[in-house]
Structure formats: structure tokens, C-alpha cells
Design a protein around this ligand. Structure first.
Ligand SMILES: Cc1ncc(COP(=O)(O)O)c(C=O)c1O
Length: 501
């Protein structure tokens, strides 16, 4: 494609994106396809000759749009806010358009230095201490894995440069809570700690936050048995209920054993932009690493996840590689982000943040976050005031965990009712919700925070929730196959105490 051809097609694509965003509120929220449908609509073999741009655009419209859950829809309350603000979409386009190769400082000095500036800006906007140094990762899952690798090497005294974990005398142990995101356990397993050395510390039964007495007990027990407490992953804003692990107390306990503390604030980190919410993050500055995702609530288009660490020298000692073809005379004077994480090549992700902060301004983001917090409190108040309805966990942020509990309905019958009801909501196309288990029973998470969601939409949702709940018998599964599959509710409920989506 020549630059002139790109200009024509690009204008058409920008027009299409703008039109698409404008009509999103009129689309059904849930993806409208069944498994295999998108694939079946596409040719089995690749094209051998160029096609017209119009044909590609037509397929984008006809095949792709119905196969996407509309997370930018004002009725999107599923999983977590996944805002893709249009200012950051422009930054993403600029990133691809520049075609910069992010492998070393030398390959694109602006890519490195813009990333340094943007991670510093975000740190300052969140009121975090200047001792943090940040890098942009693809996801919080990667951030957690990187943190756990750094923790492993600190506790194992740089064992990767010798016999690795396999040569250590004592097992290294990781602690988290059952409310932590599944990426924490995945990171611990991938980092080689082993499932036998991953402890699930108890949580407070009312708040679902990590119980630091139990953490202290578990760490002391391991240490007494000759094992090495290596890392604690605390979550600020757990996935299911946005529970807040008490980071200050966690750090105090972890320090007694020299263990690394990683804070996973993937969803909730955006709330640090609000000075009045920072008390929820008390103690975060004393942790060893912190990850949060502007690509969730803050609204930077995926993939934009921030990982901050205190001890960059240690991280670099774990991650650094210096093949001769990447060496340059300037190496001593510059940051090499390839040594701060796993991949060598990196995208110019800082442009997405740069465009967003410059074009939208942080005050508009703060205004929107405050709106969402107020909307969550409003919905929780309605639910609490309505007979037969319950709010199941403290509403600390923008997620409201609820259940409709008709009189006399308990156990598996209540689970069936909950799942039928959430499917009925999703099948209307007007809203999209997720179900999750809490203490062995299904509940519904209303995760408020799509950029387009105003109070009026939340009021309409509350109306819809009541209408659909009164019409759901529990024997029908109207929305099954349209994006939410809960498995066999009756069989599975009660297996675990808590499950994160
Ligand atoms: C608390 C928490 N941690 C981690 C993740 C995973 O985030 P990512 O998709 O960036 O890996 C999520 C996403 O749902 C989350 O809620």
C-alpha cells in the first residue's frame, strides 16, 4: 500500500470508526454469535490477490462487529471497564504509523524517553512516591510474572545464574489470597515456585480483604519448617468484589521475612488518580512493585499496563541480556527497557497515554471516575432498599455485587435463578453483566465504568434488573450461547469458597 492509497483508505477507516462509536449505544451489548460462526463466515484459505478496501470494510461491519461484545456501550457492566478512549486510539494509530522498532534506546530514543516521561507523569498524577520507576507492559498478568521473577531471584540470591530453583536447598514460598486474580497463581507457577509453594491466605469474611494475622501465621510456619517466604501478592481492588488488601500491614509482615511485596491494582489503580481515594492504597509506596492498568477504567486503549518497581538495578540484573548486536556506545547513559521485562521488541505504547493525557486532560478522567463511583453508590442504595435484594460485598469502588433472593429460594435453586436472570438481562441486548461465585454461590457483578455510562443508564439498568429478575424462573437459560457460559451451575456451585472471573 502506498502512502496515497493509505491516505484514502485511512480516511475511510477513521470515518468508519467515528460512525461505529456513534451507533454503539444502538447495538446489542453482548456479542451476537455462536461458537465457530465468525470463523465459518471467513474464507478457509488466504486471498492470493489484493482485495478492494471497501470489501475489507464491509466484512469488518458484517462479520466482525457482531462478533464483539460492545465494551464501549453505555450498557456494558461486565467483567471490568475496558474503555478505549478515542484520543488514545489516535495514539495507537500514530504508534503503528510511525513503525518504530522498540528494541533498544538506540533503535527509537523517543520511544524509550516518552515512556520514561509518561510513567513518571502517571506516578505523579497518582500521588506515588518518586522512588518508583515505571515501564509499560502489555498486561498486569505480565507485570505480576515479572515481579515474581524478581522476587524469586532476590529470595534465591540470583539462583538463575547458577543452578536455578532446582539447586536451592529450601523451597521458596509465595502468598496471596483466594480473592487474587488467577494471573497471580499462573505467574507463581510459571516462575517455577510450584503449586505446593503457593499459599492462599485467609480473607476477612466481611470485606474479603487479606487477613494479615493469617499471613503472619503462614509465613512463620513456613520459616519454622525451613522454607523461605519469598513473595506476597496483595490485591488492591480484587476482581470479584474490589476488596482492598491492607497493603501497609502486608508489607510489615512481609518485611519480617525479607519477602517481596507485589501490589496488583490492575483495575482499581485508576482510583489513585483521585486524591480522596488514595487512603485505599495506604502503604503501597512501601511495596516492591506495583502494577495497574490504564487500559481498564482510566480508558487508554489495550494494551497499556504500568509496572513500577523500587529497585530497578535488581530488576535489570534479573532480566538483562546484552547480545553484541544490541550493544551501543550510549548504553551506559540510557534506559534499556528490554532489560525491564520479558520481550525484546516493544510497541510505542506511551503514545496512547500521551495522546490521552494531552487531548482529554486528566481532570476529565477524574470527573468520569467520580461519576462512576457515585453511580455505584446510587445503585447499591437502591438494591439495599428493595426487599428480596442484597448487596453482597462492601462497595468500595465502582463494582456492586448483588443477588436477587426471592423468598424461599436457596441453594442450587437460587443459583439457577441467578444464572437465568443474568442470562435474561444479557439476552435483551440492552445491558451486559457477569456472574461470579462468592462463598460458593453465584452472584452478579455490576461493574460500572464504561465511558458512556451516565446516571440515566444506571437507572434504566436497575429497572431492567427488576423486570428480568421477576420473570426468571430458573428453569430457562435464554441467553446461553450469547457470550456467557456458566457451566453446570448446580453441579459447580459450592466447590470453592470464592472464585474470580
Ligand atoms: C485484580 C486483577 N488483576 C489482574 C487482572 C488481569 O489483567 P490483565 O488482563 O491486564 O492481565 C485483572 C483483570 O481482570 C484483575 O482484575
Amino acid at each position: 500500500m502506498t502512502p496515497e492509497e493509505f491516505r484514502t483508505a485511512g480516511h475511510a477507516l477513521i470515518d468508519w470508526i467515528a460512525d461505529h462509536r456513534a451507533r454503539v449505544p444502538d447495538l446489542p451489548v453482548a456479542a451476537q454469535v455462536r461458537p465457530g460462526e465468525v470463523r465459518a463466515a471467513l474464507p478457509a484459505h488466504p486471498p492470493t490477490a489484493p482485495e478492494a478496501f471497501d470489501e475489507v470494510l464491509a466484512d469488518l461491519e458484517a462479520v466482525v462487529v457482531p462478533g464483539v461484545t460492545q465494551t464501549q456501550h453505555p450498557g456494558f457492566y461486565g467483567w471490568f471497564p475496558s474503555n478505549a478512549g478515542l484520543a488514545s486510539v489516535l495514539g495507537d494509530l500514530a504508534s503503528g504509523g510511525l513503525g518504530a522498532l522498540g528494541i533498544t534506546w538506540q533503535s527509537a530514543p523517543a520511544l524509550t524517553e516518552l515512556e520514561q516521561v509518561l510513567t513518571d507523569w502517571l506516578r505523579e498524577l497518582c500521588g506515588l512516591s518518586p522512588h518508583w520507576r515505571g515501564a509499560i507492559q502489555d498486561t498486569a498478568s505480565t507485570g505480576c510474572l515479572v515481579a515474581l521473577l524478581a522476587a524469586r531471584e532476590r529470595a534465591g540470591d540470583g539462583c538463575e545464574h547458577r543452578g536455578g530453583l532446582q539447586a536451592l536447598q529450601a523451597p521458596l514460598v509465595v502468598y496471596t489470597s483466594p480473592e487474587a486474580h488467577s494471573s497471580v497463581a499462573k505467574g507463581a507457577l510459571l516462575a517455577g515456585f510450584g503449586a505446593d509453594n503457593l499459599r492462599q491466605v485467609a480473607v476477612d469474611p466481611a470485606t474479603y480483604a487479606m487477613d494479615t494475622q493469617d499471613l503472619r501465621h503462614a509465613m512463620a510456619e513456613d520459616a519454622a519448617a525451613g522454607r523461605v517466604p519469598a513473595a506476597v501478592v496483595a490485591t488492591v481492588g480484587t476482581t470479584a468484589t474490589t476488596a482492598m488488601d491492607p497493603v501497609r500491614a502486608v508489607v510489615e509482615v512481609a518485611r519480617e521475612h525479607g519477602a517481596w511485596v507485589h501490589v496488583d491494582a490492575a483495575m482499581a489503580g485508576s482510583a489513585m488518580l483521585l486524591p480522596e481515594m488514595r487512603h485505599l492504597f495506604d502503604g503501597v509506596d512501601s511495596a516492591d512493585s506495583l502494577a495497574w492498568n490504564p487500559h481498564k477504567w482510566m480508558g487508554t486503549v489495550l494494551d497499556t499496563s504500568l509496572l513500577y518497581v523500587r529497585d530497578v538495578d535488581h530488576l535489570v540484573s534479573v532480566m538483562s541480556t546484552t547480545p553484541s548486536y544490541l550493544q551501543a556506545a550510549t548504553d551506559e547513559q540510557v534506559v534499556q527497557y528490554k532489560d525491564w521485562g520479558i520481550p525484546l521488541g516493544r510497541r510505542f505504547r506511551a503514545l496512547k497515554l500521551w495522546f490521552q493525557l494531552r487531548l482529554d486532560g486528566v481532570e476529565s478522567v477524574r470527573h468520569r471516575l467520580r461519576r462512576d463511583l457515585a453511580n455505584a453508590r446510587w445503585l447499591a442504595a437502591q438494591v439495599e432498599a428493595e426487599p428480596g435484594w442484597r448487596v453482597l460485598a462492601p462497595v468500595t469502588l465502582q463494582t456492586v455485587c448483588i443477588r436477587h433472593e426471592p423468598e424461599g429460594l436457596t441453594g442450587d435453586a437460587l443459583d439457577a435463578h441467578t444464572l437465568a436472570w443474568v442470562d435474561a438481562v444479557n439476552a435483551t441486548g440492552r445491558a451486559f453483566l457477569g456472574a461470579s461465585r462468592l462463598e460458593g454461590r453465584w452472584m452478579v457483578r455490576v461493574s460500572i465504568g464504561a465511558e458512556a455510562t451516565e446516571r440515566g443508564h444506571v437507572e434504566q439498568l436497575w429497572q431492567l434488573l427488576r423486570e428480568t429478575a421477576s420473570g426468571s424462573s430458573g428453569s430457562e437459560r435464554p441467553g446461553q450461547g450469547l457470550g456467557v457460559d456458566h457451566g453446570e451451575a448446580g453441579d459447580r456451585a459450592g466447590e470453592d469458597d470464592v472464585e474470580t472471573p
